[in-house]
Design a protein around this ligand. Sequence first.
Ligand code: AMP
Length: 312
Amino acid sequence: MNQLLIVGTVAFDSVETPFAKADHIIAGSATYIGLAASLFNCKPALISVIGDDFPESALRQMEDRGIDLSAVKRVERGKTFYWSGKYGNDLNVRETLVTDLNVLADFEPVVPEHLRNAPVVMLGNLDPEVQLSVLEQMEHRPRLVVLDTMNYWINHSYVSLLKVISRVDVVALNDEEARQLTGEYSLVRAAQKIQNMGPSIVLIKKGEHGALLFNQSHIFFAPALPLEEVFDPTGAGDTFAGGFVGYLSQTLNLSFESLKNAVISGSNLASFCVERMGTERMWDLTRSDILGRIERFKDLTQFQFELDGFSS
Ligand code: AMP
């Protein structure tokens, strides 16, 4: 099985949606990505930092899912990264209320020896300097490097972000972030501008409106599954990225057909994530749950167009 190295936050979140409110729940970009990727035939390993306030039980549960946590650093007397956000009636729009970097502020990641040859690296959302440092510690250029980011880093660390973007194969970000990063409203133009920064593949996530995949010559659209109930969209983007990269880590096939399947896998995983609060739905998710839902994606998108009505 191929190793998948994931760098990102392991966090506490407080989230308010129109339906529910939760305080200090287990979350973070690396947590969501790792939980999603653990459902594929690969060996996910996290690089992150936590304070001594983070519960051991949550770490054990992640290990039970086959996630290697040997590179998650615990800082004694430190506080875990904390984020709080609020959604209004449009769940595609969220307001960040608090970002407390805490132990993330002075984090210097160390990639242990046994992870330095991982063929796939997922640079999850966190400080671009940390993302860069992880890449620099790899022994060889990995076969695939995927980067996710968010508005906070586009605002606070633009120059470092551009530096790390120039060294990755895939940039995955949401529509608002793509517009903010490039100054282009058209997502087609935004994707082209990002490709001009270095990456050959761009993945633009559009929340409940699906996702767009661009390579140099093709565009593919993956829908989000229309759900009866969406509880909390937090983590959907990271879970999407985890499904995408987890799928690709299985075979390392980077053809456009394989990338399309990876995008559908991401959309599939994200559809589970939003059904409950925080990471709640992800802990007991099984491979058969996700395989069952793939059929619904097929039904949603496949059709045969009859030309009969057009002939005179
Ligand atoms: P998503 O909804 O997929 O964009 O991801 C939400 C997760 O990202 C939450 O669990 C947060 O803890 C985490 N998060 C929020 N802000 C940041 C940030 N500035 N850097 C890294 N992770 C963050």
